[in-house]
Design a binder for this molecule. Structure first.
Ligand SMILES: NC(=O)c1ccc[n+]([C@@H]2O[C@H](COP(=O)([O-])OP(=O)(O)OC[C@H]3O[C@@H](n4cnc5c(N)ncnc54)[C@H](OP(=O)(O)O)[C@@H]3O)[C@@H](O)[C@H]2O)c1
Length: 304
């Protein structure tokens, strides 16, 4: 598996991560045994970067479900393999009645970080990402709290998610951020600069954050890189450009999309979700695809 450096940290992780959300969030999520087998399979395929969140669960009666699965799966591995895996989690969202509400208050973040440490079964979290800005709490208070937790040794690196350029500027002036995780896929291309004539969409306005991440040495982690749970499978029928390149290569449309994302910059580390081993076996092949200039040109058009 090829590796990429995680922002300015100097830490090398697999060029493709595992998004663990499908193991906990859908109603038809896999049973625990299968979920753990999926995590082990990802690691066996060379994946050393796993993305999770305390909020990846059905509702707030089981906060930390996804983190506990990952913690359990990792503890079953020999230390030499376990130590190679870098786990990124998040705090700042809560799941009352299955909603995705925000809570960026220092009180909540402190308790959430402690709960994540326990759920993952670690003394220090590799990467802790502020999941989404809570408009009710000044950014300085939320990030200031995370900085304190970092100073206490509970967090190794800090990242943010669902941040626009202005939010990133503000965050970088307050704390040392190493990554930004924003939605970026064939369907959702706001992180690219908006082409002339196309109006920006409403908040969260992540326009231009891809270039920003490169300029500021932040890792860029595209979330829902395959158009999201439930829509990933229709990629080959909804995106003609992807379907064309995939057919010519004789590979899956998902591989083409992931290779296209990897080609958007050396700072890009896509985190496709998976609940089946076969999805992972297929996706990891994208790392070695090396799309040609002609193929990238064919993929430039925005999906309708
Ligand atoms: N920061 C945020 O606000 C935020 C929001 C959403 C997601 N995320 C993160 O981003 C990760 C990825 O997003 P996502 O899981 O929503 O969507 P996604 O990665 O776009 O799509 C996930 C789905 O794609 C399928 N898939 C993956 N590789 C495939 C392949 N090679 N061929 C066919 N199907 C394939 C999987 O199917 P199977 O399940 O059948 O294997 C999975 O259900 C999440 O897991 C989470 O870690 C972050």
């Amino acid at each position: 598996m090829q590796t990429r450096v995680l922002g300015k940290t100097g830490v090398m992780v697999s060029a493709l991560g595992l998004g663990a959300m499908p193991l906990s969030v859908p109603d038809n999520r896999p049973a625990e045994e299968q979920a753990i087998a999926v995590i082990h399979h990802a690691i066996a395929c060379g994946i050393t970067f796993i993305d999770t969140a305390d909020a990846y669960c059905l509702d707030d009666t089981e906060t930390g479900h996804n983190e506990r699965l990952i913690g359990k799966a990792l503890r079953q591995l020999p230390a030499s393999r376990r130590e190679k895996v870098f786990v990124a989690t998040k705090g700042g969202l809560i799941r009352p009645q299955r909603r995705w509400d925000r809570d960026g208050s220092p009180g909540h973040l402190r308790a959430a970080c402690d709960a994540s440490l326990q759920a993952l079964g670690v003394d220090r979290i590799d990467l802790y990402q502020y999941h989404r800005i809570d408009p009710a709490v000044p950014l300085k208070e939320s990030l200031g709290c995370l900085k304190e937790l970092q100073q206490q040794g509970k967090i190794r690196f800090l990242g943010v998610s669902n941040f626009g350029i202005n939010d990133l500027d503000a965050a970088c002036s307050m704390v040392d951020i190493v990554s930004v995780q924003n939605e970026y896929s064939r369907r959702h291309r706001l992180p690219e600069l908006v082409p002339p004539g196309r109006a920006p969409r409403p908040e969260p306005d992540t326009i231009g954050t891809l270039e920003y991440s490169h300029k500021h040495q932040l890792a860029f982690l595209p979330w829902s890189p395959l158009n999201g749970i439930g829509q990933a499978k229709s990629l080959g029928t909804t995106d003609a450009a992807v379907a064309g390149v995939a057919a010519a290569r004789g590979v899956s449309p998902q591989q083409i999309v992931l290779a296209w994302l990897l080609a958007q910059g050396p700072q890009v580390i896509p985190i496709p979700g998976a609940s089946r081993q076969s999805s992972i076996s297929d996706s990891v092949k994208a790392v070695d695809l090396n799309l040609t200039a002609a193929e990238l040109q064919a993929l430039r058009a925005w999906q309708k």
